[in-house]
Design a protein around this ligand. Structure first.
Ligand code: PLP
Length: 502
């Protein structure tokens, strides 16, 4: 058990004011107990199966059907965290978590989130909490320096950065500004985006199509551009053909979304060439580096971002691979005036002299919702605690673990690497075996409970994915995962041989 309330200095029944506001002393005791609980949880993560095996409804059934009529002591709430919740978790911070992409958190991030929650400020306008806005502006400039992003994305230039909740929201906002530009400003009043087109590769993230739907472009305005069959990167010649075809048919190209590190295989679109085409056709270029952007903190991986000078906007998720808890997407535009023009609506009740004078950043104009919390504080804590070198060490260790794993796969001729990548994802499968056998391999490996891998399809074929990035993953965990995969394969292939023989 991660937590034992009484062992954490909470005397059962001692917080007698449950039902009223917590006193400062009660909060101190409960807060220390919660921090202890989290520290214990992290320390004992390996004891848990990475993914729960209980059937759907198990957690819901452990909760009362009706809400409590009277407040309950905090120790009972904390006890139920173990009793009800922990067993129903997929443990994303587990060192054996190799699924999807990582969703890192870290102690400084959690503490920053705690401070943000405690401050409880609402940073919709500069005026509603100046520090909330200014820390965010500086943090995004810090990040831009850490990734060596183009100068025009910095707040001292024409652009600037903002924290969105997710890469999906960043793409949506980019799509909205792109429509604003493509329509010559009329999109704001037209009430429709029918007749426009959005371009990404067949490997682009589903959030791009979702953004097109929300923005009113609709599925019929989405063009999924062919990829190179080997690299799975967008083909510039195919993009050009699609743009020409749309223009000839009277459709208006609004935005191209290129990806650095596609979700399936971490393919890298040729941003330089795509950017040149976007410039030629006057189309907005958004670069989605949700997972792989974090790698650019390492100079030796910045080549993956070549051509970014041509982008109108760019985003990556510190909440994936940069030790910052969900949610935190970093989104930059090269021209902040255009963004604000596209999204601003100024009701009287928000009016203030500094906003009216354009003297401050009001981040409400850079996102879909009005309200926003102080997410920059966790980024501030993370960047200061780790420093550039700590962040680089985190990325480099994951990349090295993935490279080591890929070497094991290559050295075993029963397996093949499906698409090599420079980041921390390895896509592989049993060579010459059916999708069923590869799917059985994944199921067998995950049934162990000690690791979690997920899958994708590459050129229609079932492919296993091992993504490294959880903060506590060490070489021994990757080695244990490989041993498990190799042993499971041995068992599966022997079974198959027996069936073939008999
Ligand atoms: N874009 C890419 C390339 C992704 O890999 C993902 C998620 O894995 C997303 C966008 C969506 O990220 P978010 O959950 O931050 O919206």
């Amino acid at each position: 058990m991660a937590g034992d309330a009484s062992a954490r200095g909470i005397t059962p029944g001692a917080d007698t004011t449950a039902g009223g506001h917590m006193s400062a002393d009660e909060f101190r005791r409960a807060g220390h107990a919660v921090v202890d609980w989290i520290a214990d949880y992290w320390q004992t993560l390996e004891k848990h199966p990475v993914r729960p095996s209980d059937p759907p409804g198990t957690v819901a059934r452990a909760l009362p059907v009706t809400p409590p009529e009277h407040g309950e002591p905090f120790d009972r709430i904390l006890t139920d965290l173990d009793r009800v919740v922990v067993g129903g978790l997929t443990h994303w911070q587990h060192p054996g978590f190799f699924g999807y992409f990582p969703a890192n958190t870290s102690a400084p991030s959690v503490l920053g989130d705690l401070v943000s929650a405690g401050l409880g400020v609402q940073g919709m306008l500069w005026a509603t909490s100046p520090a909330c806005t200014e820390v965010e502006t500086v943090m995004l400039d810090w990040l831009a320096q850490l990734l060596e992003l183009p100068q025009r994305f910095r707040s001292g230039s024409t652009g600037g950065g903002v924290i969105q909740d997710s890469a999906s929201s960043a793409t949506l906002v980019a799509t909205l500004v792109a429509l604003h530009r493509a329509s010559g400003g009329t999109w704001r009043t037209a009430g429709t985006a029918a007749g426009y087109a959005v371009y990404t590769s067949t490997e682009g993230h589903s959030s791009i199509e979702k953004a097109a739907r929300i923005a009113g472009v609709g599925d019929q305005g989405v063009r999924l551009i062919d990829v190179d069959p080997v690299t799975l990167a967008m083909r510039p010649d195919a993009l050009r053909r699609a743009l020409d075809a749309d223009l000839a048919a009277g459709r208006r190209p609004a935005i191209v979304v290129a990806t650095v590190g596609t979700t399936s295989t971490t393919a890298i679109d040729p941003v330089e060439e795509i950017g040149a085409i976007c410039t030629e056709y006057g189309v907005w270029l958004h670069v989605d580096a949700a997972y792989a952007g974090a790698a650019a903190v390492c100079p030796e991986l910045r080549w993956t971002h070549a051509g970014l000078e041509r982008a109108d906007s760019y985003c990556f998720d510190p909440h994936k691979w940069l030790l910052t808890g969900f949610d935190c997407d970093a989104f930059w535009v090269a021209d902040r005036a255009e963004l604000v023009e596209a999204l601003t609506v100024m009701p009287e009740y928000l009016r203030n002299a500094l906003s009216d004078a354009g003297a401050v950043i009001d981040y409400r104009d850079w996102q879909v919702p009005l309200g926003r919390r102080f997410r920059a504080v966790k980024l501030w804590f993370v960047l200061r605690w780790y420093g550039a070198q700590g962040l680089q060490a985190h990325i480099r260790s994951a990349v090295a673990h993935a490279a080591w794993f890929a070497d094991q796969v290559r050295a075993d001729d029963r397996f093949e690497i499906v698409t090599p990548g420079p980041f921390s994802l390895v896509c592989f499968r049993l060579r010459g075996q059916s999708d069923e056998v590869n799917s059985a391999l994944l199921a067998g490996v995950n049934a162990s409970g000690s690791v979690l891998l997920t899958h994708t399809r590459v050129a229609g074929r079932f492919t296993l994915r091992l993504a490294v990035g959880a903060p506590r993953t060490e070489r021994r965990h990757v080695a244990a995962a490989w041993e498990l995969i190799a042993d499971t394969a041995t068992g599966l292939l022997a079974d198959q041989q027996r069936r073939d023989d008999g």
